[in-house]
Structure formats: C-alpha cells, structure tokens
Write a protein that binds this ligand. Structure first.
Ligand SMILES: C[C@H](O)[C@H](O)[C@@H](O)C(=O)CO
Ligand SMILES: [Mn+2]
Length: 414
C-alpha cells in the first residue's frame, strides 16, 4: 500500500480550496456522522436464539472459515472491525442475537437478554439500533408472520414486536443515544396469490397493535422497511413500497429504504429528496444489489456515492439514519464488514467535498459545464483527503494485512 504524507494532504487541501471546498470542515463533519454497523455480517445472519437455518427469502452464500458461532466470538470480531473503521459507529442488532439462558422465546424476550450487548456497546461508546427478527423461527408459518391468517401466529409476532420496542427503549436509556428500531417482515408468496388485500390488511392491523404500546418517541424511532421481492417469494410481498410508505405516513413513524429492495433500474439516491420533503427522518439500509441478490458487500461505487451526495446536498446528515445491511460468507467476514463501512464513509466524504458551484450550474441551465465539472471532480485528489482522515482517526489504511493476521491467529483456530 502506498504511504501518503501530510504534504499530499496539504496539496490536496489547496486544490479543493481553489474550487471553494473546505476540506477541514468536511473532515470535522465526517467524524461525527454515525454509521450503524449491522452485527449479522459476522455469523451469516444465524443469531443465537432459535439457531434455525436462515429463512425469509434472504440467503447467505459461501463457506469461508471462521464464522462467529458464539456471542463471545461475534463480539471479538466486531471489536477487531471497530479498530479498523474510523469515525462514529453504532451497533445494529437483530433480536435473534439475544443471549438467552432461561428458555425465553421471541415473544417473551426482555432487556436482560441483551445486557451483555449493552456492556459491549458502552465499552466502545456506541449507541444501539435494533430489529425484531421475523424469520428463521418455527412460528413463521407458510412464510408468514404479522400477515398470517392464523391468529396464533400473528399474536406471537405482535408480542415479539412489542417486546422489541421495550428493548429498544432500554437500549436508548442505557446508551444515552436514540435507538432506531426497524420492522421488516419477509411475508409474501412465491406464486400468484388469490388474495392480495387480506394479508396487507392483517399486516396493517398487526402493526397498529405493536405500535399501541406506549414508548418514548424521542428515544425510539420505529421504522418500516419495504421490499420488492425475496428469494422464493417472487410474486407478492406484503410489505411492498406502497404499503410501507402509506403506513409510515399515517402512523407517523420513519420510512426505511434498503437500496437492495427495489427494481434493478430504480435507485434510492433518486428517492431520498422526495422522502425528506415529507418525513422528519429517513432511515437507510446501505447494501449493493447484484441481479437477484440484495445483499452484496457495499463498495465505493456510483450509487453509494450518489446516495451520500443526496443526503449531504439536502443538509440532512442529522435526519437520515445510515446503516449497513449485507452479508457475504464467501470472503473473510471481518474484511467484508470493514470494506462496506469504509465505503459508506468514503462516499460521505466525497459528498462533503462537493462544491456548491454544481448546484449553481444546474440552476443557470449550464448543463455542458455541469457534466464536465462532475467528471473532473471524480479525479480530484480525494484519496489524499481520505488518507488524512484515517491518519487523524488513528486507523491503518491497509486493513487487509491486519485482517489476514487475525484470520491466522483467531479465525483459523475456531
Ligand atoms: C437481515 C435482513 O437482511 C434485514 O433485516 C432486512 O433489513 C432486509 O434487508 C431483508 O432483505
Ligand atoms: Mn435491509
């Protein structure tokens, strides 16, 4: 890896200054933007409660050695990742990562099943975000949870949702940071359904029941995540985009957009501005969809940059809850985490370094110059500013050798 000196930063700073961009302001802002890191990259979304195989139309492919199989191993791996990711982080947990020793099930989990996660988060000054887990469980019947025609099934999952709100509030109280609690259900049908309204009506009523419990809305931000289709659930998804957008608008909760959950030519970057005009907050799951898969490791690619640009241009870094969501078991999982987290942060830095000039060119109808300027920006000395950020955060640029060393010493011994 190339070693870059401070002189390179100084030179890059001046180049950005010449187009009206303050790199110091960008670096100061970036280090305070929380990115919520999903815990489920470390163990292929298996969790510690039911230990059932992964269901819900999502799939982790690959068999790279070293998967975290216990809470201790997962915490150990996350600790390693945290040393190699700069900036402010939150920890994003699924309910299936409860540490249970008393036979409790998902409809009866309690804050006490997460005390070790709270201790862990506090150690690293992290807030915790949370997700009820409506998959990989015996009470998923015919692929359905909150929309099931079976009342017993619905009741079970409604209780799960309620318990998760209580746990979210506990996380917020313990960490002193708000908890973003995201509801996503996998419910849907592989083939053409005979009734599309019924499941959606039942889902709506179930959500109403979950949200009927009192909770502090300044501490817990309940979100609803839509999806277009899942693996084996190709024809009909109960929690479609239209359903979720209408529901959040009516219930006053927060929309969550996962950029792997739309038709392949739709882009979330184009949706951010519309959502921000009508919502106080917007939550994002940043991922990288590839053909049928919604969950490849996030890269520093065009769409990730475009999403970041839209957030920054709208001056919405305080309104958008940014989280990662992907899982890859075909490569070193620690590296997958770091690559994805750093990619989001690089995209945010790129966005923070965008000159105001671009907007002016658009408003003045100078589209030829706008296109040329956007192309030129791509070859600005961005890498030197990123390197400076890593230096200031005391994080090594070359994470791969550290990860390989960890693989040899820790992962291979599992
Ligand atoms: C673990 C899931 O990926 C996650 O909770 C959900 O957000 C999703 O994106 C399902 O496709
Ligand atoms: Mn998601």
């Amino acid at each position: 890896m190339l070693y870059m000196t401070n002189e390179r930063y100084e030179s890059a700073r001046k180049i950005y200054q010449s187009i009206g961009v303050d790199t110091e302001a960008a670096l100061d802002r970036l280090k305070n933007v929380p990115v919520s890191m999903h815990c489920w990259q470390g163990d292929d979304v298996i969790g510690f409660d039911s230990r059932e195989s992964l269901s819900g139309g999502i799939q982790t492919t690959g068999n790279y050695p070293g998967r975290a199989a216990t809470p201790e191993q997962l915490m150990q791996d996350i600790s390693k990742v945290l040393t190699l990711v700069p900036g402010k982080k939150k920890l994003n947990l699924h309910a299936s990562y409860a540490i249970i020793d008393d036979g409790s099930d998902r409809d009866s989990i309690k804050p006490k099943h997460f005390t070790r996660w709270v201790e862990f988060a506090k150690k690293y000054n992290m807030g915790i975000d949370f997700n009820p887990t409506f998959f990989s469980h015996r009470m998923v019947k015919d692929g359905l949870t909150l929309s099931s025609p079976d009342e017993e099934v619905r009741k079970f999952w409604i209780e799960h949702g309620k318990r998760c709100i209580e746990i979210s509030e506990y996380f917020a109280n313990e960490t002193g940071q708000p908890c973003v609690m995201n509801i996503w259900i996998p419910d849907g049908y592989k083939d053409i359904p005979a009734d599309r309204l019924g499941p959606r009506r039942r889902f709506k009523e179930s959500l109403d029941e979950i949200l009927s419990i009192p909770y502090d809305k300044s501490k817990v931000f309940v979100c609803l995540e839509s999806k277009v289709f899942g693996i084996g659930v190709e024809s009909y998804t109960v929690g479609s985009s239209e359903f979720c957008m209408n529901y959040v608008a009516r219930a006053g909760i927060t929309p969550l957009m996962d950029n792997g959950h739309y038709h392949p030519t739709e882009v979330v970057s184009d949706k951010v501005s519309s959502m921000l005009l009508f919502n106080d907050h917007l939550a994002l799951h940043i991922t990288r969809p590839v053909r049928w898969d919604s969950d490849h490791v996030v890269l520093y690619d065009d769409e990730t940059r475009e999403i970041a640009k839209e957030i920054v241009r709208a001056d919405a870094l305080d309104k958008v809850f940014i989280a990662t969501d992907y899982f890859d078991a075909s490569i070193n999982r620690i590296s997958a985490w770091i690559t994805g987290m750093r990619s989001v942060q690089k995209a945010l830095l790129y966005a923070l370094l965008e000159p105001e000039l671009l907007r002016n060119l658009q408003n003045e109808g100078r589209f030829t110059e706008l296109m040329a300027a956007q192309e030129e920006l791509k070859i600005m000395p961005f890498g030197d500013i990123w390197q400076e950020y890593l230096n200031r955060e005391n994080v090594a640029a070359d994470y791969v050798s550290e990860v390989m060393d960890y693989e040899k010493k820790v992962l291979e011994a599992r």
